[in-house]
Design a binder for this molecule. Structure first.
Ligand code: PLP
Length: 362
């Protein structure tokens, strides 16, 4: 990637650092499929400890963590509940429906965090009385932090009430913790406290943590027995995967605390964008590493604005309702200043075009 490009497209864009690459090169490896890769085993133990669960399972991607977790904890014909913008609904090609034969009942929320009353309503919509017409809800999914909800954080209290309700009604709770560690760094709440509220939880090493490959799913021994089977079935079992797992171990040791810097950069970016005439910031006080905004007031589409920014070397993405800018390991404070300057410049030009149009003698 050209050095002068500021890439706020996604925190998946991070390049492995020199230190991470060195750790990967030096990794001890074995046949992961047979459970004999020492580095993968070490990573699984570290994550199980970090998340306070009986065990953990290395998988190639976060998407496969969701796929395996849903498959391991449901029966075909069950329903699962998730926020309507959840990754498991919006960004996994319908994997839950295809692989697990479940229907996902969505809960419409502003920022991805639902209340126990909203959960009750969703369950009510699904488990219609009298039987046998409804579908049992087996699994409730929460996303920490919530990606399309603006990097929003579930507080421990919010999780606890939802968790108590789910347990009382014999439903399991699954946490898509792709960015769980962002929530931990932002709140100071230990990961194990968040994950104690759920039955299954995973973290992604390829987001802000900066590793090239890998995600780890954690839970009880019973869950992991099922999960191992489906990992093999879906083709997720690997060979000398320790090369990749070493990058993840390196990330746990070196890239967690620094997430605070990404959060600070997101706040700076949001604060700067707030001062730009014509930009409407949806997340004026970002909770973690994402900023969402739109530019309808500039008289152009979000797509057009993103294209104009990219032409000046600042990459952002367009996600339906908004433009998304994500801070990460490879975005410096200078990069944020540069992004703000370019946004200001593009907006000024667009505002000027609008004025010129209005003043045109034609
Ligand atoms: C990125 C992401 C995933 C999927 O992870 P991959 O490693 O890209 O497969 C799942 N959930 C959330 C919230 C994500 O942001």
């Amino acid at each position: 990637m050209a050095e002068d490009v500021v890439t706020l497209l996604s925190d998946t864009e991070t390049q492995p650092t020199a230190g991470m690459r060195a750790a990967m090169t030096a990794a001890e490896v074995g046949d992961e499929q047979k459970g004999e890769d020492p580095t993968v085993c070490l990573l699984q133990d570290r994550v199980a400890g970090l998340l306070g669960k009986e065990g953990a399972l290395w998988l190639p991607s976060g998407t496969m963590c969701n796929l395996v977790a849903v498959k391991s904890q449901t029966q075909p014909g069950d329903a699962i509940v998730a926020d309507w913008m959840a990754h498991v609904i919006r960004a996994e090609s319908g994997g839950a429906a295809l692989a697990s034969g479940v229907r996902v009942e969505p809960i419409q929320t502003e920022r991805g965090i639902f209340t126990v009353d909203e959960l009750k309503e969703a369950v009510g919509r699904t488990v219609t009385v009298p039987p046998p017409y409804g579908q049992p809800v087996r699994l409730v999914c929460v996303e920490q932090t919530h990606n399309f909800g603006g990097g929003a954080i579930w507080s421990l209290d919010e999780l606890n009430v939802v968790s108590d309700y789910a347990r009382k009604h014999k439903m399991l709770l699954h946490m898509d913790g792709a960015r769980l560690l962002n929530a931990c760094v932002a709140t100071g709440v230990p990961a194990a406290d968040f994950s104690a509220t759920v039955d299954s939880v995973w973290i992604d090493f390829t987001k802000g943590l900066g590793a090239p490959i890998g995600a780890v799913l954690a839970g009880t021994k019973d869950l992991l027995r099922e999960a191992r089977r489906y990992k093999q079935l879906f083709g997720g079992a690997m060979r000398q995967a320790g090369i990749a797992a070493a990058g993840c171990l390196y990330a746990i040791d070196h890239h967690v605390d620094r997430l605070a810097e990404d959060h600070e950069h997101a706040r700076l970016l949001a604060r700067g964008l707030l001062t730009v005439n014509g930009i409407h910031v949806h997340t004026p006080m970002p909770e973690t590493n994402m900023v969402f905004f739109d530019v309808h007031a500039l008289g152009v589409s979000n797509e057009r604005f993103v294209d104009l920014m990219a032409a000046s070397g600042v990459r952002m993405s367009q996600t339906g309702r908004a433009i998304r800018a994500v801070t990460h390991l490879d975005v410096s404070r200078c990069g944020i200043d540069r992004a703000l300057n370019v946004a200001q410049e593009v907006a000024t030009n667009l505002n000027k075009e609008k004025v010129d149009e209005n003043e045109s003698p034609l």
